[in-house]
Design a protein around this ligand. Structure first.
Ligand code: AMP
Length: 207
């Protein structure tokens, strides 16, 4: 099963992706995670990406498309994959379609997780992540409920950057909903419900 997960930052893509990966035993490809790892490692890619990420801007298409193409060559994607946070522009969506055609693969579903902007701002500014295992929690979690690790706030989850990320989403990424609707792959999900309810809805629609 090859899935594209769409939705504004904070819609719950990362949380649902982790559950889908466990359920269907497919590879998780999060461009945000790949870029953050490059930033932490201080690689040339990380240095280039950081200036965009800190402002809540998109990293240039050429950079991100190259990353995803490379990642799709890895063997674990043969059993299926979920793209989380990619594509984010029409240029990325078109590049993905042509890369998959070249690889003899297809997208089975584009899942759009919809959540109102006000809910998103609250979620993102109170979001905290576990440094050790990547668990996504909130400011209510003093330590990671999964592994006891230290929780931290992403730099781009600060209020000023969150507003910019939402503007960027509306301008560059929201049009992809129509792009995938046009190719009959779109499944729209109400993401403003408890995690397990959203997950059950997604599974039901994929079945
Ligand atoms: P995310 O973890 O998906 O919210 O991504 C965090 C940041 O990484 C974004 O605000 C962008 O700066 C960058 N990023 C992640 N995925 C992409 C993408 N597909 N295209 C461009 N920039 C991206």
């Amino acid at each position: 099963m090859n899935i594209v997960l769409l939705g504004a930052p904070g819609a719950g893509k990362g949380t649902q992706a982790a559950k889908l990966v466990a359920e269907y035993d497919i590879a998780h490809i999060s461009t945000g995670d790949i870029l953050r790892a490059a930033v932490s490692a201080g690689t040339p890619l990380g240095l280039e990406a950081k200036s965009y990420m800190d402002k809540g801007e998109l990293v240039p298409d050429s950079v991100v498309i190259g990353l995803v193409k490379e990642r799709l060559q890895e063997e674990d994607t043969d059993k299926g994959f979920i793209l989380d946070g990619f594509p984010r522009t029409t240029t990325q969506a078109v590049a993905l379609a042509s890369e998959l055609t070249a690889l003899g693969r297809d997208i089975d579903a584009a899942i759009a997780v919809n959540v109102d902007a006000e809910v998103i701002v609250k979620r993102l500014t109170s979001r905290r992540l576990c440094r050790a295992c990547g668990y996504i929690g909130s400011e209510a979690d003093a330590a990671c409920p999964q592994c006891g690790g230290e929780m931290y706030q992403r730099d781009d989850d600060k209020p000023e950057t969150v507003r910019n990320r939402l503007n960027v989403y509306e301008q560059s990424t929201a049009p992809l909903i129509d792009y995938y609707r046009g190719s009959d792959l779109l499944m729209e999900i109400d993401g403003d419900r408890p995690v397990e309810v959203v997950f059950a809805d997604i599974k039901g629609k994929l079945a």
